[in-house]
Design a binder for this molecule. Structure first.
Ligand code: SAM
Ligand code: DTB
Ligand code: SF4
Length: 337
């Protein structure tokens, strides 16, 4: 078994990245098998609880108010609608529900209270809940932890250098600070990025270096292929070669052996064979369901067919935690049915 390291150098990661592809996949598969149960894939369901109208200028994002992308803008969903979506996701086999909001940051208001109720309610159904709500203070992270939140997603997206060329309304340091607040509150960290935005190999390595050298590796690392959306500054970006996705996943697996590596956005453009190579290279999570936040994703049944063909099975909830949060405790605080 390879050691878990937090002292990687840029040169080491670059060397791994430049390994001939099949050699790289073999190495990543070996690390994966030594550290994780094989054939097990964590299935997350994604729900946009507040869509569009975001004040930020993230160059890839269809939800930024300043780009005209035609997304169906809506305010925070009611609690019962979110509970219904969680029931549907659970009966489809998802062990994690990820709630996304097009917010720059969380504000201490009624909307946040409603999100806390969503977290309590879904946790009490025996599902892991992940939120991605933008920047958080340490106090807000603690409130989410008290509500039972399992994970918080906050992506670094790319290297610090490339980040400032795609987003000007916040800094890389802001991102790192929120991640630290999440880690300090005891919520597991989910942080990864996007490839295909025009970044260099060095930028990809820079992002992996930052993630792999954190005091503790993120519990999960989503690797997204850019979904180019009309109206965003990245609408004309050429598709990411699948080989780059496979390579990126393999390197992520090798430098963070026990992290859950999520093959995230971009699967609609990938064949089953390409996805199989990603699983071989250590990907052990996907977003399932026919919609990501605003863009399409493969049909649920199509993914279940893929699982059957490849001999994969969905991972049960709370497998990495000793105990599941007490249902009664989580339910005590839910104010709605
Ligand atoms: N507003 C919050 C934030 O930015 O942290 C949460 C929602 S935001 C949509 C979550 C993540 O989705 C982003 O950090 C980015 O990595 C990813 N994302 C957004 N648009 C994307 C696109 N077109 N293709 C791939 N990933 C995308
Ligand atoms: C992540 O890394 N990818 C998901 C999730 N975290 C929130 C989001 C992908 C969004 C793709 C574009 C869209 O559907 O709007
Ligand atoms: Fe807003 Fe998040 Fe999209 Fe950036 S990525 S525009 S912060 S929703």
């Amino acid at each position: 078994m390879t050691a878990i390291r937090n002292n990687w150098t840029k040169e080491e990661i670059l060397d791994i990245y430049n390994t001939p592809l099949l050699e790289l996949v073999f190495r990543a598969a070996s690390v994966h098998r030594a550290h994780n149960p094989t054939g097990e894939v964590q299935v997350s369901s994604l729900l946009s609880i507040k869509t569009g109208g975001c004040p930020e200028d993230c160059g890839y994002c269809p939800q930024a108010a300043r780009y005209h992308t035609g997304v169906d803008v809506h305010k925070l969903l009611p609690l019962d609608e979110v509970m219904q979506a969680a029931d549907n996701a659970k009966s489809g086999g998802a062990s994690r529900m990820c709630l996304g909001a097009a917010w720059r940051e969380v504000r201490d208001n009624r909307d946040f209270d409603r999100v806390l109720d969503m977290v309590k309610g879904i946790t009490s159904k025996g599902m892991e809940v992940c939120c991605t709500l933008g920047m958080l203070t340490e106090e807000q992270a603690k409130k989410l932890a008290d509500a039972g939140l399992y994970a918080y997603n906050h992506n670094l997206d790319s290297s610090a250098e490339f980040y400032e060329t795609i987003i000007t309304t916040r800094t890389y340091d802001d991102r790192l600070k929120t991640i630290e607040h999440v880690r300090n509150s005891g919520i597991t960290v989910c942080s990864g990025g996007i490839i295909g935005m025009g970044e260099t190999t060095d930028d990809r390595i820079g992002m992996l270096l930052t993630l792999a050298n954190m005091p503790k590796h993120p519990d999960s690392v989503p690797i997204n292929a850019l979904v180019p959306v009309e109206g965003t500054p990245m609408e004309d970006r050429p598709p990411v070669p699948v080989w780059d996705m496979i390579r990126m996943i393999a390197v992520t697996r090798i430098v963070m052996p026990e992290t859950v590596v999520r093959l995230s956005a971009g699967r609609l453009e990938m064949s089953m064979e390409a996805q199989a190579l990603c699983f071989m290279a250590g990907a052990n999570s996907i977003f399932a369901g026919d919609k990501l936040l605003t863009t399409p994703n493969p049909e649920f049944n199509q993914d279940m067919d893929m699982f059957r063909i490849l001999g994969l099975s969905p991972r049960e909830a709370f497998k990495n935690k000793k105990t599941q949060p007490a249902k009664e405790h989580a339910m005590e605080h839910v104010n709605a049915p």
